[in-house]
Design a protein around this ligand. Structure first.
Ligand code: PHE
Length: 340
C-alpha cells in the first residue's frame, strides 16, 4: 500500500497536462468516485490497527497534494487560455486609458484669470521662495509690526530674511519694480502659511491677487470691477457688499462678501444664515506702497484685491471640506470633468 501511495505521489508531481480537459480527466482518475484514492481508502479499512495511524497520515497528504496540484493546474491553464484568446480575438473592443482632467483648483484659477483678462488684466507670476522685502517690507509692514502676525509665516531657519510667500502680493511688488503705470495684473500662485490643517484652512493654498494702478483710479472703479467679477463667477444674480477692514498695504481696506448663491441670499447653513459669503480682501493701494516701489503717489493711485482659489472653488462647487482638494482622490476629481 505504501508503494501504491508513493507511486501516486510521483504521478501527481510529474503530471504535465496541456489542456483543461486533461486536468479534468486526471482529477476523475485520482479523486473521482471510482478513482485511485477511493480504492486506497477501501484497502485502508483492512489494514492492521497498529498501521492505521501512519498510513492514514500518508493518505491525507496524498489527498491534499492531489487537490492542490489540480487546482493550480486548472488556474494556470485558465490564465494562459485567456491570454491566448485576447491576442487571437481581433474583434475584441480595444482597451483605452482613462482620460485625465484638470484639477478643480486649476479650473477655477483659470476662470478667475480669464474674467480679469476680459477687463484688460495680464497674468504675472513670481517665485514661491521670497525675501522679506517682497512679502512684507515693500507692502508697508514695518519691521516687528504686529500686522506681520496676520499671516503665520514659514521662515528659512538659517536666514529669516528668506521665507515662503504668504500671499501673491509679492508678485505685485515685483511687477511695480519692472513696469511703470498703467499697471493691470492678476497674480495667481501657491502660498504658504503656518496654519493647522482643518476643513477650512491649509498650510498650502492658492491665491489670485490683482493690482490696478493708473491716474485717477478710484474706489468706485474697484467696486465695479469686483461686482463684474462676482457676476461672471457666480451668476448674473450675484451682488456684493463691502465691509471695512484692515491691511497694511491698502487704505481704505475692505472685505468683500458675495450674496450666497446656494440660498439666493435668504440664509442657509453654508452662509450661516447671513445670506453672504466672504470671498476676498481689497482696498486702495496705500501711498506708502506706491512710494516704496518708486511710483509717484501724487500722480497715480490704484487698487488691489486678493482671494483664495480654494475658497472660491468651495463656494462655486458646494464643497464643504477644503482638504479634499489636496487628497487627489480620483472619485472626487472626476466630478469636475464637465466643469472644464
Ligand atoms: N494679501 C491679502 C491676503 O493675502 C489679500 C489682499 C490683497 C487684501 C490685496 C487687500 C488687497 O490676505
Amino acid at each position: 500500500m505504501i508503494d501504491k501511495i508513493n507511486q501516486l505521489v510521483g504521478l501527481i508531481e510529474e503530471f504535465a497536462p496541456r489542456t483543461a480537459a486533461e486536468v479534468e480527466e486526471f482529477r476523475i482518475k485520482i479523486l473521482g468516485k471510482k478513482g485511485e484514492l477511493n480504492a486506497i481508502m477501501e484497502e485502508f479499512k483492512k489494514v492492521a490497527p497498529e498501521m492505521k495511524r501512519e498510513l492514514g497520515q500518508r493518505i491525507n497528504q496524498l489527498k491534499n497534494l492531489a487537490q492542490e496540484r489540480i487546482a493550480e493546474l486548472k488556474n494556470n491553464l485558465a490564465q494562459s487560455a485567456s491570454a491566448v484568446s485576447s491576442v487571437e480575438d481581433m474583434s475584441r473592443p480595444g482597451s483605452c486609458g482613462t482620460l485625465g482632467s484638470r484639477h478643480p483648483i486649476s479650473i477655477v484659477r483659470n476662470e478667475i484669470c480669464d474674467i480679469f483678462s476680459r477687463l484688460g488684466y495680464t497674468v504675472a507670476e513670481g517665485p514661491e521662495i521670497e525675501d522679506d522685502w517682497h512679502v512684507f517690507s515693500a507692502l508697508n509692514f514695518p519691521p516687528e509690526h504686529p500686522a506681520r502676525d496676520m499671516q503665520d509665516t514659514f521662515f528659512i531657519e538659517k536666514n529669516p530674511d528668506i521665507l515662503l510667500r504668504t500671499h501673491t502680493s509679492s508678485i505685485q511688488v515685483r511687477t511695480m519694480e519692472r513696469q511703470r503705470p498703467p499697471i493691470r495684473v492678476v497674480c495667481p500662485g501657491r502660498v504658504f502659511r503656518n496654519e493647522a490643517i482643518s476643513y477650512r484652512a491649509h498650510c498650502i493654498f492658492h491665491q489670485v491677487e490683482g493690482l490696478y494702478i493708473d491716474e485717477n483710479v478710484s474706489f468706485a472703479d474697484l467696486k465695479q470691477s469686483i461686482l463684474y467679477f462676482a457676476k461672471e463667477m457666480f451668476g448674473e444674480k450675484a451682488t456684493i457688499r463691502l465691509r471695512p477692514s484692515y491691511f497694511p498695504f491698502t487704505e481704505p481696506s475692505a472685505e468683500v462678501d458675495v450674496s450666497c448663491n446656494l440660498c439666493g441670499g435668504k440664509g442657509c447653513n453654508v452662509c450661516k444664515g447671513t445670506g453672504w459669503l466672504e470671498i476676498m480682501g481689497c482696498g486702495m493701494v496705500d501711498p506708502n506702497v506706491l512710494e516704496a516701489n518708486g511710483i509717484d503717489s501724487n500722480k497715480y493711485s490704484g487698487f488691489a484685491f486678493g482671494m483664495g482659489v480654494e475658497r472660491i472653488a468651495m463656494l462655486k462647487f458646494g464643497v464643504k471640506d477644503l482638504r479634499l482638494y489636496f487628497e487627489n482622490d480620483v472619485r472626487f476629481l472626476r466630478q469636475f470633468d464637465s466643469a472644464l
